[in-house]
Design a protein around this ligand. Structure first.
Ligand SMILES: *Cc1c(COP(=O)(O)O)cnc(C)c1O
Length: 353
């Protein structure tokens, strides 16, 4: 089965061997306070920084999901007020989660067809964290590096937090241009679900220490204190840490992966151009995602395409949120090979041209 689902998505084929290696080396039952565990964690953090181009002075933490990262930001980096800019289902969900923890959280929606208008944006003075979604997985839009840079420049005392769940480890993100970045690993990392990576600037850490919130097992200062010794505050997903370490070992540097994905996305949008029964959900090429391609058509046809693809051993992604029935999505993640995409294109040429 070829899997183009945007999460959980295809894992690297090498994961099969790494799972066997984990079992044979008993890494899965490693005590999480042991020297061997700490070595594994240290090597994993080093690989993340090296392979993803994360600044040396940034901090790396592990959590169990991107959703948990939303909560950590609301608990540990916000006194009372975060400001959320969103154009789709994930950004909105983040806002809703934050709102439950910090009732003063404020959300502002923008048009998925338009770039975020940073120049005319009013960031509320009282907001402590500005929250954006780099790649909105629900509708296949993205914020480009320039938009994030301009927004970062506009933030004064505010921290900038970026949900990069469906782009971290796929795109060459400019970590230096924001304070908090996070992603769960079942998307561009090409790993099984159940873990997330959180990347924090020195400024974000300073804020966390100032707020000093310690009411939760996953409070950021507690994660920080444990991470000083390459440990976690809870029994972590050691298997996934090991798999991440191994996958990162064999991975190309992010600059090359980014280049490959951006070219492939460009090519895919061009490929789908001549099809008349469905079209990209987002018409403005400037804001289209490089890692998640959303295609829109009549709901009956969308249903039929997905079933038909499945019968041909191709798993397409369902639509999401308000686009659930009228779109299908195609992940353009690094673990998916060009050969997989050739088969996908053959399917569409053969049946829908
Ligand atoms: C998938 C996704 C999430 C949720 O990830 P979990 O690991 O299920 O918490 C959050 N944000 C974005 C942008 C996503 O694509």
């Amino acid at each position: 089965m070829l899997n183009f689902y945007p999460g959980p998505s295809k894992v690297y084929p090498e994961v099969r061997q790494y799972l066997a290696d984990a079992y044979d080396s008993s890494v899965i039952t490693l005590p999480h306070r042991s020297e061997t565990f700490m070595q594994l964690m240290r090597a994993t953090v080093a690989n993340l920084k090296k392979k993803l181009n994360i600044p040396q002075d940034y901090y790396i933490f592990l959590a169990s999901s991107a959703t948990e990262c939303w909560e950590i930001i609301a608990q540990s980096l916000t006194y009372s007020h975060s400001f959320h800019l969103y154009n789709g289902a994930f950004g909105e969900k983040w806002y809703q989660y934050a709102h439950k923890i910090c009732p003063e959280a404020q959300g502002q929606e923008f048009d998925p067809e338009e770039p975020l208008d940073v120049a005319n944006l009013e960031i509320p003075e009282s907001a402590e964290v500005v929250c954006i979604t780099q790649n909105e997985t629900s509708n296949g839009t993205q914020l480009n590096a320039n938009t994030i840079l301009n927004l970062f420049n506009k933030c004064k005392d505010q921290l900038l937090a970026v949900d990069a769940t469906s782009s971290m480890a796929g795109l060459n993100l400019k970590y230096i241009k924001a304070d908090i970045w996070f992603a769960s690993v079942q998307k561009c990392f090409g790993l099984p679900p159940g873990m997330a990576v959180m990347v924090c600037s020195p400024r974000a850490l300073y804020r966390a220490k100032k707020i000093d919130e310690k009411n939760h097992y996953n409070s950021l200062v507690l994660l920080y204190e444990k991470m000083l010794n390459y440990q976690t505050s809870y029994t972590p997903n050691t298997l996934n840490i090991y798999l991440m370490y191994r996958v990162l070992e064999q991975r190309d540097v992010i600059k090359n992966i980014d280049q490959h994905l951006v070219q492939r996305a460009q090519h895919l949008y061009e490929f789908f151009e001549p099809f008349t029964q469905f079209r990209p959900l987002i018409t403005n090429p400037e804001v289209r995602s490089n890692t998640v391609i959303a295609l829109q058509g009549p709901d009956k046809l969308v249903e039929e395409i997905k079933k038909h693809a499945l019968a041909n051993n191709i798993q397409l992604g369902n639509g999401y949120g308000k686009w659930a029935r009228t779109t299908f999505r195609i992940a353009n993640f690094p673990a998916i090979s060009d050969t997989d995409f050739d088969a996908l294109k053959d399917f569409f040429v053969k049946h829908y041209n």
